[in-house]
Design a protein around this ligand. Structure first.
Ligand code: TLP
Length: 340
C-alpha cells in the first residue's frame, strides 16, 4: 500500500519505539514527567521562545492559543482556507466564543494590506479584533511556504494595530527545511507558535504550543480546562523528542519525492497541475474526464491512497513511509487510471 492520504499516517519506527520504551515518565500535571519537560524545553529552544507546553493534538494547541489570546465575542483574522477555520470542527466558536473573519489569499498566503483592511475600528457595534493566525506551510494551499518578508510585514502591521499573531506551524519543519533556515527564523515573527510532531516528523502523537513564559503559564490553565492535561505521557513525548532530533533534516527527501510526483503527474494526459506550485510535501491536482471519487476508487484498487481536497481537487502528501520507487509506482497507478 502506498499511503499518500496525509503525513499523519506515518508509523513509529523500531528506533522510535525503543526510545518510547526506554522513556522516564511521571505525572505531567504535577510537572513530574522528565521526558515531557525535556521535550518542552527543546521545542522552546528550537523555536527561540521562552517556554512550550505539550498537548495531544495540533487542533488543541491552536485552539488553546486562540482561547489564551481572546475573550468571547472577540474576532480573529485568518486566510480563507486556514485549517483553524476549515478543519477544526468550529472549535473557535465552540470553545473560545470567538468569531473568524476571513482574509482573501493566494494559496494560504495573504498580504498585510488585506489583513489591515479587515481590522475593525473601535466602535461599540463591532467585535474587537484581537488576533491574526497564519499557517505555514499552508495545508490547503498545497504546502505553500510563506516568504519571510511577508511574515515580517504581517507581524509589523498586526503589532502596530495592537493584535497578537499566532502561527499554526503544524508543518513549520517543512517550511524551514524548504528554505534551509532554522525554525526560529520563522517563529520570531509570532507571539505564539503551534507545532506538530505527528505529521512529517513521524511521531505517533502530539503537538506543542510555544511563546512567552507568561503566555504558556496561562495556556496550561486552558489546556487543563480543555481536558488536555495528560499524566505519564512521556511515553508518547519520547516519540516526539526522537522525531524532533532525527527526522527534521530528512524532510527534504519528502519534498524531492513530491516534486517527482508532481512532474510525473504533469505528463499524464488529463491531469492538471503546475509542478512549480509544489514547494514542500503536499501535491494538489485536478483532472479531466473523471471525478475525484472515481479516480480515488480506481487508485485504491491498485494500492495507492489519496484524499479529495474538495469536489474537483485531489491531495497527495509524501511522507517518510513512501520511497521514491513507490512514488514511481503511484504514478503508474495514476496513468493506468487515466487510461482506463
Ligand atoms: N491536518 C490534517 C487534517 O486535519 C486535514 C491533514 O491530514 O493534513 N494545522 C494544520 C495546518 C494541519 O494540517 C492539521 C492536521 C492540524 C493543524 C491539526 O492537527 P491534529 O490532527 O493533530 O489535530
Amino acid at each position: 500500500m502506498i499511503d499518500l492520504r496525509s503525513d499523519t499516517v506515518t508509523l513509529p519506527t523500531p528506533e522510535m519505539r525503543e526510545a518510547m520504551y526506554q522513556a522516564f515518565v511521571g505525572d505531567d500535571v504535577f510537572g513530574d514527567d522528565p521526558t515531557i519537560n525535556n521535550l518542552e524545553e527543546r521545542v522552546a529552544e528550537i523555536l527561540g521562545k521562552e517556554a512550550a507546553v505539550y498537548m495531544p493534538s495540533g487542533t488543541m494547541t491552536n485552539q488553546v492559543a486562540i482561547r489564551t489570546h481572546t475573550e468571547p465575542g472577540d474576532e480573529i483574522l485568518l486566510e480563507q482556507s486556514a485549517h483553524v477555520y476549515f478543519n477544526e470542527a468550529g472549535a473557535t466558536a465552540a470553545l473560545s466564543g470567538a468569531i473568524c473573519r476571513l482574509i482573501p489569499g493566494d494559496r494560504g498566503v495573504f498580504g498585510a494590506e488585506d489583513m489591515e483592511a479587515a481590522i475593525r475600528p473601535v466602535n461599540d457595534h463591532y467585535p474587537r479584533t484581537k488576533l491574526v493566525c497564519v499557517e505555514n506551510t499552508a495545508n490547503r494551499g498545497g504546502g505553500k511556504v510563506w516568504p519571510l518578508e511577508k511574515l515580517a510585514e504581517v507581524k509589523k502591521t498586526a503589532h502596530e494595530n495592537g493584535l497578537k499573531i499566532h502561527l499554526d506551524g503544524a508543518r513549520i519543519w517543512n517550511a524551514a527545511a524548504a528554505m534551509n533556515i532554522p525554525e526560529s527564523e520563522i517563529a520570531k515573527h509570532f507571539d505564539s507558535v503551534s507545532v506538530c510532531f505527528s505529521k512529517g516528523l513521524g511521531a505517533p502523537v502530539g503537538s506543542a504550543l510555544a511563546g512567552s513564559s507568561d503566555f504558556i503559564m496561562e495556556a496550561r490553565r486552558f489546556r487543563k480546562q480543555f481536558g488536555g492535561g495528560m499524566r505519564q505521557a512521556g511515553i508518547i513525548a519520547a516519540g516526539a523528542l526522537y522525531a524532533l532530533e532525527n527526522n527534521r533534516e530528512r524532510l527534504t527527501v519528502d519534498h524531492d519525492n513530491a516534486k517527482i510526483f508532481a512532474k510525473g503527474l504533469a505528463e499524464i494526459n488529463g491531469i492538471e497541475i503546475n509542478p512549480d506550485d509544489v514547494e514542500t510535501n503536499i501535491i494538489n491536482f485536478r483532472m479531466q474526464g473523471m471525478t475525484t471519487d472515481e479516480l480515488i476508487e480506481n487508485l485504491n484498487k491498485q494500492g495507492t491512497h489519496v484524499l479529495p481536497k474538495d469536489s474537483i481537487t485531489i491531495r497527495a502528501v509524501t511522507n517518510l513511509m513512501v520511497s521514491e520507487s513507490q512514488i514511481n509506482i503511484a504514478l503508474d497507478h495514476v496513468r493506468n487510471a487515466m487510461n482506463s
